[in-house]
Design a protein around this ligand. Structure first.
Ligand SMILES: Cc1cc2nc3c(=O)[nH]c(=O)nc-3n(C[C@H](O)[C@H](O)[C@H](O)COP(=O)(O)OP(=O)(O)OC[C@H]3O[C@@H](n4cnc5c(N)ncnc54)[C@H](O)[C@@H]3O)c2cc1C
Length: 471
C-alpha cells in the first residue's frame, strides 16, 4: 500500500489502528490490518485493484459516525478512509447541482453555498462531522427529510470504484433509462464499491421559516398531535419529538433551553416556504397542538431562539452521556398512527430489562430512535441493551414498520433482517450484491445474516417440505 499511495498515507502500527476499531456503534470492535488514505480516485482504484488481485478484503470509511458498525473491520480488513478526498469540486447554480468528493463534510456544503441563497437539504444531526460519501453509504436522513426526502432523493450522479478496481460513472441525468442503479447504490453501506465523487441536488433556501415548540405532560397527547398535524394536510419541513428521559438528557447537556424536566414530551414543528402562506400554516399547527392538552405552545421569537431549539435537539444523542455511562441508539420505523402503542411496548421492554430508554423521534416520518441507557461496567447490561434493542425492532416490524430508517443495518441489525425479509428475499439481495462485489471483498459480511444460518434454515425448510410431501 505504501508503494501504491505513499508512505505517509498508510497507518499500520497497532496504536494507530486502535482509533479505527469501531464507528459510532461501539458494541462490536475489530482492529483493521491497515488504514489507507488515498488522495484521489486513481489512488483508490490502484489500491483496490491490488487488493482484489490478492484477495484482501477492504472497507470504505468516511468520518466513522455510522451507528450500525458499517465501517468497522471485524475481521482485519483494510480500511480505505476517504477523508483526504474532501473537496467541493463544482457548483452549478443554474442547474442546481454540486459535485463533491466523498470526504466532504455534509454541513460544509450548505455553508459553502449559503451566501448565494442555496443549501443542501439532507441534514443528519451529525452533519457537522459526517461525510457526504458516508451519507450515500447509509442513505442518511435528518430532521428536515420529512418534507425534502432523504439522501437518495438528492443524489444525481456517482463516480464509483468497483470492487475490481474499475472506475465507473452512474447517473448524471434527471432520469436515465435502465435500472435505477443510483437507488441501489445509495444505502448499500459500502458493499458495492467505493464512491469517489457525488453529484447532488442543491435547493434554493426557503423564503420563510417558522418554528413552534409544544410542551406536553403526556407523550400520548404529543403523538396524537403529530398524527393530526399530518392529517390536517400540513407537511412540516420537520416534526420532531423527545420524551421525558430524552429531555432530562438534553437539559443536562451542553445546549439546554430550559424545558421543564417533568414534561412528558416536547414537539418541534417547523414549516417553511413562501412567506405569504406561512403564518396560516403555523396557526393551524398551533390549533392542533392546543387540542391535545398542551401545557404550553409557542412560536420561536427570533432566529437565535430557533437555533437554540435545534442545537438542543440535534445534540440529543451525545447529551445522553450526561445521564448514562453508555447508550445504544436504535432506529426503527413505524406507521405514525401506531406511535402510542409502540411507545407503550418500548416502556414494557424497558421494564423487562431494567434499563431506561429515552426516545428521540423524527416523529413525522415515524422514525424512532430509542436510546437504551446502560452501564457496560455492570456485567450483563450491555448484552441486555442489545437484546432490548432487538425486541424494539421486532415490535416495529410487527406493526408494519421496519428495522432501520436511516442508520443502516451494518453489523448491528444483520440478524434483525429476519424480522422483515424471508430467507429467499435475503438470498435475492445477496445475489444483487454479488453482481457488484463477486468475491465479497468489499465490506464483507455486513447487512445480511450469516450464510451458515441461511443454509441451516434452508435445510430445515427443505426437511419440513420433504416430510410434508411424503406424508
Ligand atoms: C450524534 C449522531 C447523530 C446522528 N444523526 C443522524 C441523523 O440524524 N440521520 C442519519 O441518517 N444518521 C445519523 N447519524 C449516523 C451517521 O452520522 C450517518 O449514518 C452518516 O451518514 C455516516 O457518515 P460517515 O461519514 O460518518 O460514514 P461512516 O460511518 O464512515 O460510514 C458509514 C457507511 O458508509 C460506508 N461508506 C463510507 N464512505 C463511503 C464511500 N465513499 N463509498 C461507499 N461507502 C462508503 C461505510 O462503509 C459504512 O458502511 C448520527 C450519528 C451520530 C454519531
Amino acid at each position: 500500500m505504501q508503494r501504491i499511495i505513499g508512505k505517509q498515507a498508510v497507518l499500520h502500527r497497532y496504536e494507530d489502528l486502535m482509533a479505527y476499531e469501531c464507528d459510532g456503534y461501539t458494541i462490536h470492535k475489530g482492529v483493521p490490518a491497515a488504514v489507507i488514505f488515498p488522495a484521489n480516485t486513481q489512488e483508490v482504484s490502484a489500491a483496490v485493484t491490488y487488493m482484489h488481485k490478492h484477495k484482501i478484503p477492504f472497507i470504505p470509511r468516511g468520518a466513522g459516525t455510522g451507528l450500525s458498525g458499517g465501517a468497522t473491520a471485524l475481521n482485519g480488513e483494510v480500511i480505505i478512509s476517504l477523508v483526504r478526498m474532501n473537496k467541493l469540486l463544482d457548483v452549478d447554480y443554474l442547474n442546481r447541482k454540486a459535485v463533491v468528493q466523498p470526504g466532504f463534510i455534509n454541513l460544509k456544503l450548505s455553508n459553502s453555498i449559503s451566501t448565494k441563497g442555496y443549501y443542501y437539504a439532507p441534514d443528519p444531526s451529525s452533519q457537522a462531522a459526517c461525510t457526504i460519501g458516508g451519507n450515500v453509504g447509509e442513505n442518511a436522513g435528518g430532521a428536515h427529510c420529512l418534507k425534502y426526502g432523504v439522501t437518495t432523493n438528492h443524489v444525481l450522479g456517482l463516480e464509483l470504484v468497483l470492487p475490481s478496481g474499475e472506475i465507473v460513472r452512474i447517473g448524471g441525468l434527471p432520469d436515465s433509462p435502465g435500472y435505477d442503479l443510483l437507488g441501489i447504490l445509495t444505502g448499500s453501506e459500502g458493499t458495492m464499491g467505493i464512491v469517489t465523487e457525488i453529484t447532488v441536488r442543491i435547493l434554493k433556501k426557503p423564503q420563510g421559516i417558522k418554528t413552534v415548540v409544544a410542551l406536553y405532560d403526556d407523550v400520548n397527547d404529543a403523538s396524537q398531535a403529530v398524527s393530526d398535524i399530518i392529517a390536517a394536510g400540513i407537511i412540516p419541513a420537520a416534526l420532531e419529538m423527545m420524551d421525558n428521559t430524552a429531555i432530562e438528557g438534553v437539559e443536562s447537556g451542553n445546549y439546554p433551553v430550559g424545558y421543564p424536566r417533568d414534561l412528558g414530551a416536547v414537539l418541534i414543528v417547523e414549516v417553511d416556504g413562501i412567506e405569504a402562506g406561512l403564518q396560516h400554516q403555523i396557526d393551524e399547527v398551533l390549533e392542533v397542538c392546543r387540542k391535545h392538552h398542551v401545557r404550553e405552545v409557542r412560536q420561536a421569537a427570533s432566529v437565535e431562539e430557533r437555533a437554540r431549539w435545534w442545537a438542543n435537539r440535534k445534540t440529543a444523542f451525545g447529551a445522553m452521556g450526561t445521564i448514562s455511562p453508555d447508550y445504544l441508539v436504535q432506529d426503527g420505523v413505524i406507521p405514525r398512527s401506531t406511535l402510542p402503542f409502540v411507545l407503550a411496548r418500548v416502556g414494557e421492554i424497558s421494564q423487562k430489562y431494567g434499563l431506561r430508554i429515552a426516545n428521540v423521534f423524527h416523529a413525522g416520518d415515524g422514525n424512532l430512535h430509542p436510546l437504551i441507557l446502560f452501564d457496560s461496567r455492570i456485567p450483563g447490561q450491555q448484552q441486555d441493551a442489545v437484546l432490548a434493542g432487538s425486541e424494539v425492532l421486532q415490535v416495529c416490524a410487527e406493526m408494519g414498520g421496519t428495522i432501520t430508517g436511516e442508520h443502516g443495518v451494518g453489523i448491528e441489525k444483520m440478524e434483525d433482517m429476519r424480522f422483515v425479509f424471508t430467507e429467499q428475499e435475503i438470498e435475492v439481495q445477496i445475489g444483487l450484491r454479488q453482481v457488484f462485489n463477486r468475491d465479497n471483498l468489499c465490506n464483507p459480511d455486513k447487512i445480511f445474516p450469516k450464510p451458515a444460518r441461511c443454509v441451516e434454515v434452508k435445510q430445515h425448510l427443505a426437511t419440513v417440505r420433504e416430510t410434508a410431501i411424503s406424508n
